[in-house]
Write a protein that binds this ligand. Structure first.
Ligand code: UTP
Length: 470
């Protein structure tokens, strides 16, 4: 029998796996082996063979053994490209816009939407991108983003490619959402879906959990998994073939994300930055948002739980919070930086989330715990920031760029996001000198991407309806 045939035989595969599992104290995942049928055995073997048990052990040690540092790191605010309306600010941004627009016209920038998350807090049945957030039309998050990509392709007369990261659980439904919507008007050749990796959930002792008798409890490896996913899927090579030099990274839950914002692209390019970030001024010292700052001298995101309340409340001479650079998870990333990260064997730090994960008990019953019983492991995209040789942090207006849909109700929910979308439409109408009606309002990205375009298009007859239905 050839090696490859032998490798497909479940008995041979099991014999190779068993000692490795035993060495790592994980043999219990085979507890129900004798009860599984051939298909179930095949699935379990696939999942186990895909695991890097050594790396898992290191990750678990990292998150369970992490103790408070002997000395707290020195924190300083990040240098910002600050918001401002002065002539100098406007001149600075106009120069950046020119550079960004020329990169867009030359087709050198790709959009990269990460949409592989589980969206547990929202509790919506389906990929979060399908969520209907438009205040008038019920336009979905996917439609907002895709229409911005389409509008940019038209504005810059360029074929700007669009990469969408999914995860195993939502991939098919995400692809279906694009097909059902006719790719939102985009040329399907410009749209590429890629699937991120998975990491296993473990119990407090680092032991793998079973979601079913023949299936591991796995979850997406975090938005920081995007770099490896780009490489493994071939998307990086594809970008290079298409002449892409810069990647515009954004997340699915923000319908105000200004995809392909030329000013941001320009500031990033002018600085020769490897990875740049948009931030908004924190609304108050206690706002639960990560802040861009220098951590022992290196740029990174200071998590809100790590920022001493006294520091969080400090103000500068102008009365602004010193640590105000709230991360809104929009990045420019140079393709050469992604390649550099991966060539060095990228190993982003791993983060721990304590979650309730239904799992199969030794007696074969499945329990849905009421308290967190499991550790999920995730990587974060912003952990690449300290590895960047140069970085730009640009401050932008919250009301124009950040409407996160995270929770089912309360802050950062569909209701607050809709209010922000309506607020933007009202401001644009007022800027056009029109009376602002009561009730819900919405501007479709195909009508206008920004206020100037909105005002200009109102007087033209050929740009289509303001609400252009998704
Ligand atoms: P969140 O951190 O809000 O996580 O993701 P989530 O999974 O969507 O939601 P909860 O925490 O379960 O409620 C921020 C962005 O990162 C993407 C999400 O799709 C969203 O665009 N993301 C998150 C991934 O693409 N993959 C992941 O593994 C995690």
């Amino acid at each position: 029998m050839s090696d490859s045939l032998a490798a497909t035989d479940p008995g041979t595969r099991l014999a190779a796996l068993r000692p490795r599992l035993a060495d790592h104290g994980q043999e219990h995942v085979l507890r129900f082996w004798d009860e599984l049928d051939d298909t179930e055995r095949g699935i379990l073997l696939d999942e186990l063979e895909a695991l890097d048990l050594e790396r898992l052990a290191t990750m678990v040690a990292e998150v369970t053994g992490r103790t408070a540092a002997a000395t707290a790191p020195a924190l300083e605010p990040a240098a910002l490209i600050e918001l401002g309306d002065s002539a100098a600010h406007r001149q600075r941004d106009a120069e950046a816009r020119e550079v960004g627009e020329s990169l867009l016209r030359a087709g050198k920038v790709a959009a990269f939407l990460v949409a592989g998350g589980q969206g547990t807090r929202l509790g919506y049945d389906g990929p979060k991108g399908r969520f209907p957030v438009g205040p008038v039309t019920g336009r979905s998050l996917f439609a907002y983003h895709s229409h911005r990509v389409l509008a940019a392709c038209r504005r810059y007369d360029a074929e700007l490619p669009y990469f969408v990261m999914t995860s195993r659980a939502n991939h098919d439904d995400t692809v279906a959402a694009f097909h059902e919507a006719g790719f939102f008007g985009l040329d399907p050749d410009l749209v590429t879906f890629l699937t991120q990796g998975m990491l296993p959930a473990v119990d407090r002792d680092g032991r793998l959990l079973l979601a079913e008798r023949g299936r591991l409890a796995l979850s997406p490896d975090g938005h920081g998994g995007c770099f490896t996913a780009l490489e493994r899927s071939g998307a990086l090579d594809d970008m290079a073939r298409r002449g892409i030099e810069q990647v515009f990274y954004f997340q699915v839950d923000n319908p105000l994300a200004q995809v392909f914002d030329p000013v941001f692209i320009g500031h990033h390019a002018l600085a020769g930055a490897e990875m740049s970030t948009k931030v908004v001024p924190k609304s108050e010292p206690g706002e639960k948002v990560g802040v861009l700052g220098l951590i022992d001298g290196a740029l990174g995101v200071i998590e809100y739980s790590d920022l001493d309340p006294a520091l969080a409340a400090e103000r500068d001479d102008e009365g602004r919070l010193r640590f105000r650079a709230g991360n809104i998870a929009i990045h420019m990333i140079a393709l050469s930086f992604i390649r550099r990260l991966l060539s060095g064997g990228l190993s982003l730090p791993v983060h721990r989330a304590d979650k309730q994960v239904p799992s199969v008990a030794p007696d074969g019953t499945t329990t849905a715990p009421s308290e967190p019983n499991a550790i999920k492991l995730e990587m974060f995209v912003f952990d690449a920031l300290p590895l960047a040789a140069r970085a730009v942090t640009q401050e932008v207006r919250r009301e124009d760029e950040f409407a996160p849909v995270k929770n089912a109700g309360g802050p950062d929910s569909p209701a607050t996001a809709r209010d922000l979308l309506v607020g933007q439409a009202r401001r644009w109408l007022a800027a056009a000198g029109l009376s602002v009606p009561d009730g819900p309002l919405e501007v479709g990205p195909l009508f206008a991407l920004d206020q100037d375009e909105f005002v200009a298009n109102l007087v033209r007859g050929d740009v289509g309806p303001i609400y252009d239905r998704a």
